[in-house]
Design a protein around this ligand. Structure first.
Ligand SMILES: [Zn+2]
Length: 342
């Protein structure tokens, strides 16, 4: 089985994001939110059959761990109540996709975060998504201010209510920022990779893994700058008397393979132990074009893994085994959703 642990619903029916724009406009005008739009099962099916499902089939992958569009989370917009209503609408839509295509999609939740609002407010949505929808993870935004970094670092006890829930439910968090509202950043070019790198560095120098020995984080986009600069982080850990970097982080931090060229994948697989790498493509996402050097889509990351000089067993870990281990509820959900499909 080939499990892509990083996919967003970037193709949702137009009225979904349309409602979000109206919701924020109403909030800014001091008016109540308009009612949520209607979306039929057929409309949802159409966006998936011609979108993510088509790509799964073309590329030979089986299952996508699926969450709301990351750039669309927009935690810097509106306030805590608009974030709650928006997260609720987005997660419900993911649940509908997973119910319509139970063999191909399993859900991960976006959280109703808001800049400078305690993430305690995310707990009811986490409970709902795990207990009612069977979601197997969360996306945690380390910078709900959208590029201004106004919240405490992930090392701070500020985030502990979310960490407690992650451990209680055995669900990992993917560290994933949303759109940048700071013009210094390009959302997917620099803000995303920066968010990955910042999140890793905050956790590495923290006592989070002492306080939560079983907690798991996925650093997406190949780990941002981390694998490429592994020596720098090793040296920083050593200078700070934190011990060996591998001892410090590799029980708790995992890296996905959303790296869009072969040399990058080769580096990732050379630097990071195979047990800490999870297959992912983030299709249909930030980079949709075809690489003229290869003639294939940049985000067809399976092609790069196929070319790595790894043992078959090691590739199976990257494609399947590690995801089942890191997402503690995944194997159970695969069985439950397959039974529904049958
Ligand atoms: Zn993403």
């Amino acid at each position: 089985m080939i499990i892509d642990c990083h996919g967003h619903y970037t193709t949702a029916p137009r009225q979904h994001e349309g409602w979000r724009n109206e919701q924020i406009a109403a909030h800014n005008a001091g008016k109540p939110s308009p009612p949520r739009p209607r979306m039929t099962d057929d409309e949802i099916r159409e966006t998936i059959v011609g979108g993510q499902l088509k790509v799964q089939r073309e590329r030979g992958t089986d299952l996508t761990i699926f969450s709301p569009r990351a750039a669309g989370m927009g935690h810097h917009l509106g306030d805590a109540s608009t974030s709650e209503a928006w997260a609720s609408a987005c997660n419900e839509l993911i649940h509908r996709v997973c119910s319509l295509f139970p063999k191909n999609f399993i859900g991960v939740a976006m959280l109703p975060q808001s800049a400078r609002v305690s993430p305690k407010n995310c707990i009811p949505e986490i409970d709902r998504c795990v207990n009612e929808y069977g979601f197997v993870g969360i996306n945690l935004n380390p910078d709900p201010s959208g590029g201004h970094w106004q919240d405490p670092p992930l090392s701070d006890r500020y985030w502990y209510p979310v960490y407690e829930k992650m451990v209680e439910y055995d669900i990992p968090a993917m560290i994933h920022v949303s759109a940048a509202c700071n013009p210094a950043y390009h959302t997917t070019g620099s803000h995303y990779l920066n968010g990955d790198t910042v999140g890793f560095n905050q956790l590495m120098t923290s006592s989070v893994f002492k306080d939560f020995p079983t907690i798991k984080f996925i650093v997406p986009h190949g780990g941002g700058a981390v694998p490429y600069h592994w020596g720098r982080f090793r040296g920083l850990a050593q200078d700070a008397k934190l011990g060996l970097l591998s001892d410090l982080v590799l029980r708790n931090i995992f890296f996905d393979t959303c790296v869009y060229h072969l040399p990058g994948q080769e580096l990732l697989a050379k630097v990071i132990p195979v047990d800490n790498i999870l297959f992912a493509s983030e299709m249909i996402g930030a980079v949709r074009g075809i690489d003229p050097e290869t003639g294939h889509h940049y985000d067809d990351t399976k092609r790069y893994i196929d070319q790595l000089p790894l043992l078959t067993d090691d590739k199976a870990k990257i494609f399947e085994g590690n995801a089942r281990r890191v997402y503690g509820r995944l194997s159970g959900m695969i069985e439950r959703q397959s039974a529904t499909a049958a």
